[in-house]
Design a protein around this ligand. Structure first.
Ligand code: HEC
Length: 107
């Protein structure tokens, strides 16, 4: 095979071998259950200043940070929100899914 073809083939193979998109970009359908079990306690009613589910005004500034930064807030915790939104057993993927579900309600 000519060299250029080899290089091309390697480039084309890249997306397939790259790891699944890390961090943000969760699945909102899967996230609904996580939200119901783990996040709604605070986010349904806006406990301690938590942005309420579906409250566009409350989410506007937060959305401007970008999804990746929001996920970081969940993972690390933010003021009244404990690390991992209080869900120690949640995987990063479950947290991203729950976030995707929440963001879908205000987009
Ligand atoms: C114990 C209450 C509580 C629980 C449970 C909770 N949160 Fe929060 N969350 C908060 C509070 C309070 C804030 C606002 C923090 C601030 O900016 O003062 C917040 C903020 C956020 C933000 C915005 C972060 C930012 O950078 O602006 C996201 C996203 C979020 N929560 C997602 C989640 C997810 C997903 C879960 C479930 C896995 C969850 N939260 C569970 C209390 C909670």
């Amino acid at each position: 095979m000519p060299r250029t073809t080899l290089v091309l083939a390697a480039l084309l193979a890249l997306p397939a071998t790259a790891p699944a998109a890390p961090g943000a970009g969760g699945d909102p359908a899967a996230g609904q259950a996580v939200y119901q079990q783990r996040c709604r306690l605070c986010h349904d009613r806006g406990m301690m200043g938590a942005p309420r589910l579906g409250d566009r005004a409350a989410w506007e500034d937060r959305l401007a940070k970008g999804e990746e930064a929001l996920l970081q807030s969940v993972v690390r915790g933010l003021k009244g929100m404990p690390p991992r939104g209080g869900c120690r057993s949640c995987t990063d993927e479950e947290l991203a899914d729950a976030l995707a579900y929440m963001l879908k309600q205000v987009r």
